[in-house]
Write a protein that binds this ligand. Structure first.
Ligand code: BEZ
Length: 389
């Protein structure tokens, strides 16, 4: 049984929890089914660990999670969000994983003036043109992770790049970010493909085009089951060792690595966290997580963990009070800490996280396949991108 089973019970409205009027209710909208189900599970596990370590009761009020499955569908995510606000009367919201679901939730949350803490979805607009005082992101923006890679790949000597990503807002925003940096540096995009997010089972037609064009490198964004399938087929197609594979670092997440095995080696990615970060905070975090779950914590776990910690620290600053939402957001802005990923703080100008970005290569040492950090860009902060609070 997963540790957040209790929250599912709360979601069903059982009397024991419903009667606890003094609880702090956090409405969680994450995928527990569909293409990103495992990501939602890791984020929830990370949040629970933070409540275990930093406190699950503030000023006598117990924190209760009410979880809802977004199914990675925008309309479902919005309906579940409304249910959490109107029916469950939650004090704040956490979610979602996917950029398209976040896009669907944004206007409702903004108008309802309920703080939403995004623990994954990178949709640029939500901390850019369509930012809101009530939408805070602890994970990344799609631009923040990918824009560093354009100039970096050019500096490594690549002059032509082929882009491939899941066909929805996140995939397109990420490819735009790398295109901008790479072409400004002098490189050329020689092809691009956007396989469907839900229906893609076979990458062969897309890989055949890459093989024919022979770019200096292939840059991709895939996560969940797509990442596992893509990495295996890239090897099966004979492209591994022929055309360097680079991209957004979720491709070889610790969540997908056991299924990918040695096919993952050689990939070069950019991400806000890798499990091999050499710091006391990261070692303590990985030890605590593996003691509880007997597996490696992923970047999704860390985003959940930092979300939980941010909530606890902010609630301590408000003495557990949640009625004044503006005061709660103001408290969130005052919280700074050292996360397993490095220094963590929320930029009050955009409500997006300011953080280090790691460039890593997947390498095999003995039986181990590891994320080896080869570069780090410190304190990456998004420009306002049209955000006016
Ligand atoms: C997104 O849709 O924003 C997203 C999903 C999975 C990994 C990274 C980003």
């Amino acid at each position: 049984m997963r540790s957040w089973y209790v929250a599912w019970i709360a979601g069903l409205g059982l009397a024991a929890v419903a009667q606890a009027e003094e609880t702090i209710k956090i409405g969680v909208v994450l995928p527990y089914s569909g293409v990103y189900a495992s990501l939602g599970g890791d984020i929830t596990d990370g949040m629970q660990l933070a409540f275990d370590l930093y406190g699950s009761e503030i000023a006598g009020r117990k924190i209760v999670l009410i979880t809802e499955d977004s199914e990675v569908k925008p309309n479902v995510g919005l309906t579940k969000t409304k249910k959490l606000v109107f029916q469950d009367k939650v004090d704040l919201l956490v979610g979602p994983v996917a950029s398209n679901v976040a896009g669907a939730m944004r206007d409702f949350v903004h108008n309802a003036k309920i703080p939403l803490i995004i623990p994954n979805a990178g949709n640029n607009l939500l901390t850019g043109e369509k930012c809101s005082p009530w939408v805070i992101r602890t994970s990344f923006s799609n631009d923040q992770i990918n824009r560093v890679m354009g100039p970096w790949l050019y500096e490594q000597g690549h002059r032509t790049l082929y882009l491939m990503a899941a066909d929805y807002s996140a995939g397109h925003q990420m490819m735009e970010a790398v295109r901008r940096g790479f072409t400004e540096a002098g490189g050329e995009i020689v092809g691009e493909e956007y396989p469907p997010l839900r229906e893609t089972k076979d990458f062969a037609p897309y890989l055949a085009k890459v093989k024919a064009i022979r770019p200096d490198a292939l840059y991709v964004f895939f996560a969940g089951g797509l990442a596992i399938q893509f990495v295996k087929q890239y090897q099966d197609f004979g492209l591994k060792g022929e055309i360097p594979l680079t991209g957004a670092g979720w491709l070889t997440s610790p969540l997908f690595l056991p299924a990918q095995g040695t096919a993952a080696t050689g990939f070069i990615g950019a991400l806000n966290y890798v499990p091999t970060i050499d710091s006391e905070e990261n070692r303590a975090f990985q030890a605590a997580f593996s003691e509880k779950h007997q597996r490696t914590a992923s970047e999704f776990t860390v985003q959940g963990f930092d979300t939980g910690r941010l909530i606890v620290e902010a609630l301590k600053l408000t003495s557990g009070k949640t009625a004044d939402k503006a005061a709660l957001v103001e408290a969130i802005h005052r919280v700074h800490f050292t996360s397993p990923r490095g220094p963590f703080r929320i930029d009050p100008a955009t409500n997006n996280v300011i953080q280090d970005i790691y460039i890593f290569e997947m390498r095999q040492t003995g039986y181990d396949i590891r994320h080896v950090v080869i570069d780090k860009i410190a304190d990456v902060q998004d420009p306002p991108n049209g955000c006016k609070m």
